[in-house]
Design a binder for this molecule. Structure first.
Ligand SMILES: [Zn+2]
Length: 390
């Protein structure tokens, strides 16, 4: 029998440090539904009194419920279990790349309520924004949506100017230069908009929906049309000063390499990306890749690409790990899982040659587990939660 308490709390006006403690408690409950106060105390090192204050406030707001599910006879103390109430609030994540826009509606407990996808034409920013607006409408008004909508996170490719709300694209897409993305999107969206670098968004997606939460600190790499990177340090994304940090794809891997989308040359993503794979197999665009025919038609070229891309990726990741002192690496992307696994193995072997010896932690490679088709949208959906709840 579950006995739901509903106490009301007034005057929760503690200092700002309480916000951080509150985020820690909420995160502990989200990650481990049914957790008890003593376990939260053990994992967060907060005092029992602090946890009581925070939990009481969260219950009063309707964000969390506490049930008494069984008695511990030896002590006579009831074991009370805490859960986030999924219907308390929801959030929307949008992501777009060269061809498609993806949207997800996620509840505050981290359940995906609905996902949607639409084709877009990246050359025309105004039409891309209209597609995102339509996805937003469908998710906002979705019949399964419950609770208040906390905001909209948007995962974008290329450099961002989060202060001015610009998405600074390369010379490849001149229409985006000086296009006021956030302003244009706000004509279609009546909730707060959070713009996120797509690499960071994918890294957050893995945190919420993959192995990231278990690791807490990791370097995340996402192989899509380009190569996105993210750094999670102590459960927080490290974004740099302008929100453009961790662009691992644009670390130079070849001194005289091919020109890159970003304007530089020889960047890692000119090789380690769907586009790099397409070029290695003699295609012009990633859209020409036919994964069902890859092994049959391109066995030798494919093997060569795995070697080259794996070596480049491993070498750069060893360097990044040496710089940031984080030793877990999660690699995910739009490659078929078996090909991704081969690439990771090659990268792991290469990295071992360039890793600094003698550090306490050795480099560990993991294959991502978040659904790679929507992980950037999922990660974007979590961004409004951090501002409003976590
Ligand atoms: Zn580049």
């Amino acid at each position: 029998m579950s006995n739901r308490h509903s106490r009301h709390h007034h005057g929760f006006n503690g200092p700002r440090v309480r916000d951080l403690n509150r985020a820690l408690v909420l995160e502990a409950i989200r990650q481990d539904p049914g957790i008890g106060r003593a376990e939260i105390a053990a994992s967060t090192r907060l005092t029992a009194a602090t946890i009581t204050n925070i939990v009481t406030a969260l219950i009063g707001e309707g964000a969390v419920e506490e049930s008494t599910e069984r008695e511990v006879r030896t002590t006579g103390q009831p074991v009370r279990n805490l859960r986030i109430i999924p219907g308390y609030a929801a959030t929307i994540g949008l992501h777009f790349d060269h061809e498609f826009a993806t949207g997800v509606l996620v509840d505050v407990a981290g359940n995906v309520v609905h996902e949607a996808r639409q084709q877009l034409s990246i050359e025309d920013p105004a039409s891309a924004v209209r597609v995102l607006g339509r996805l937003y409408d469908g998710l906002r008004d979705h019949p399964k949506r419950v609770g208040k909508l906390l905001g909209v996170g948007v995962s974008v490719m290329g450099a961002i100017d989060s202060v001015r709300g610009l998405v600074c694209q390369s010379a490849e897409y001149p229409g985006w230069r000086d296009f006021e993305f956030r302003e244009a999107l706000s004509q279609h969206v009546d909730h707060e908009i959070h713009i996120e670098n797509n690499g960071t968004a994918a890294g957050l997606g893995e945190y919420w929906f993959g192995d990231g939460r278990r690791l807490g600190s990791y370097i995340h790499v996402f192989i899509g049309n380009g190569l996105g990177g993210a750094l999670l340090m102590n459960r927080r994304a490290v974004r740099g000063l302008t929100g453009n940090g961790c662009e691992i794809g644009h670390v130079n891997a070849h001194r005289d390499g091919k020109p890159c989308f970003c304007g530089a040359r020889g960047c890692l993503e000119t090789v380690v990306s769907l586009r790099g794979l397409a070029h290695a197999l003699g295609h012009d665009h990633a859209a020409e890749l036919d994964f069902t025919q890859l092994r049959a038609k391109h066995s030798t070229a494919l093997d060569r690409w795995v070697e080259q891309a794996g070596d480049d990726l491993g070498r750069v990741l060893a360097g990044v790990s040496n710089v940031v002192d984080v030793s877990d690496v999660i690699i995910n992307g739009l490659l078929p899982p078996e090909l991704l696994r081969r690439l990771i193995e090659r990268a792991r072997d290469a990295a071992a040659e360039y890793e600094m010896n003698g550090r306490p932690g050795r480099l560990m490679f993991h294959q991502g587990r978040a659904n790679s088709e929507i992980s950037a949208a999922l990660g974007a959906a979590t961004v409004p939660l951090y501002g409003n709840l976590f």
